[in-house]
Design a binder for this molecule. Structure first.
Ligand code: FES
Ligand SMILES: [Fe+2]
Length: 375
């Protein structure tokens, strides 16, 4: 975010804190409980929103150097993302051409990937480099490379398409409406901390919406998040596809007594970018996190990844503490609430209520519904 945008965002936050208000939607809305329980809706969402739409899976800084790589799974598909020796970002299905075992594990830096099953070895560009007892196989090596996936890090975030036939332009343009807001965050330069994975018994939309409102700070997070963050939030949407929701640290209101020239270069708090369909990129002055939620195998299950990176290597310890703090509140407070909600929604209720004070939750529920209808 450039300085002018940062200053204008801080001004809006200071004004909200000053009046102890929050950006609101014009009206309350309701949503059908069936949206969280219907296997038909779930299977359409899986296909349209996740398998047929680009997914944000990490920060470009996680694969900075030539030879660096990360592995993950998206919708049950094993993925390896790597920076080849020419600096080109590449993504592949992490499955060996011989019989399908994973060729890369964890993350790190390598010149080649060697499958541990029978030793087939691949270059960073995905081509088969060599294999034991090569004479026992036909020479059609071009069919023996790793399967490439479209991938882009134009915005500083790693975006992939899970369908190898997805046009590169679709992946390149996925964040076009919001990526200007990422300028200056330095996503390409950030350092990896950790990624955690959770299997959660709740519909993916309930989990995504945990990161879309501050209404619950004073209650669910009374002893954690609410100790240092104000619930007064401002929100923006970007071409009806992505949203941004910002809230400030306690004490930010004191900035109103200072000249804006003395204000900081980053919003003193958290700026939470919600990216279609359900990934949240949270930026803080020193670090950033991604919460990526995707549907599990059934309508009431999800897989969640929580990734942390930091801006300055020398401040890694403090960033790690912030990552752990956020992770603990998420795992011990947010996720159990989501599981309870899923269970409670199966008891015969037919409606949920989304208040005026939850405009981002409203935005996403509307968008998910309308996109399914239109596609
Ligand atoms: S499965 Fe990879 S070498 Fe056999
Ligand atoms: Fe929360």
């Amino acid at each position: 975010m450039n300085r002018d945008n940062t200053i204008s965002l801080i001004k809006r936050l200071v004004q909200r804190i000053d009046t102890n208000t929050t950006d609101e939607a014009p009206d309350m809305m309701t949503e059908s409980v069936a949206d969280f329980l219907s296997p038909q809706r779930f299977s359409r969402e899986r296909q349209q929103f996740f398998l047929d739409s680009p997914q944000v899976i990490g920060f470009a800084g996680e694969v900075k150097e030539p030879g660096s790589y990360i592995t993950t799974e998206t919708m049950g598909i094993p993925i390896v993302v790597t920076r080849d020796s020419d600096g080109q970002l590449r993504a592949f299905i992490n499955a060996c051409a011989h019989r399908g075992a994973k060729v890369a594990h964890g993350c790190g830096n390598k010149q080649r990937f060697t499958c541990k099953f029978h030793g087939w070895t691949y270059s960073l560009n995905g081509e088969l480099y060599g294999r034991p007892q090569d004479a026992c196989f036909d020479k059609a090596d071009k069919y023996c490379g790793l399967k490439p996936l479209p991938v882009s890090d134009i915005s500083g975030l790693i975006v992939i398409g899970l369908n190898p036939d997805m046009p590169q332009a679709v992946v390149d343009n996925h964040l076009a409406d919001i990526q200007d807001q990422f300028v200056g965050f330095g996503f390409h330069e950030m350092y990896s901390l950790e990624t955690r994975r959770f299997e959660v018994k709740a519909n993916w939309k309930i989990i995504a919406a945990l990161s879309y409102e501050s209404y619950h700070f004073a209650t669910l997070h009374r002893d954690s998040v609410a100790q240092w963050l104000r619930p007064n939030a401002v929100y923006d949407t970007f071409n009806n596809k992505h949203s941004r929701w910002s809230f400030a640290m306690k004490g930010t209101e004191k900035l109103k007594d200072k000249d804006t020239a003395e204000w900081p270069d980053a919003v003193p708090g958290a700026v939470s970018h919600a990216l279609f369909p359900g990934t949240v990129v949270i930026t803080n002055p020193e670090d950033a996190q991604i919460i990526r939620t995707e549907p599990g195998n059934s309508v009431g299950t999800s897989i969640v990844y929580y990734t942390g990176v930091c801006r300055h290597k020398e401040k890694m310890e403090a960033s790690r503490a912030a990552y752990d703090f956020g992770g603990q509140a998420f795992e011990q407070e947010d996720l159990p609430a989501a599981i309870e909600c899923q269970q409670g929604l199966t008891t015969g209720r037919d409606t949920i209520y989304i208040g005026k004070n939850e405009p981002v939750v409203q935005f996403w529920h509307r968008q998910w519904r309308e996109r399914l209808r239109n596609e």
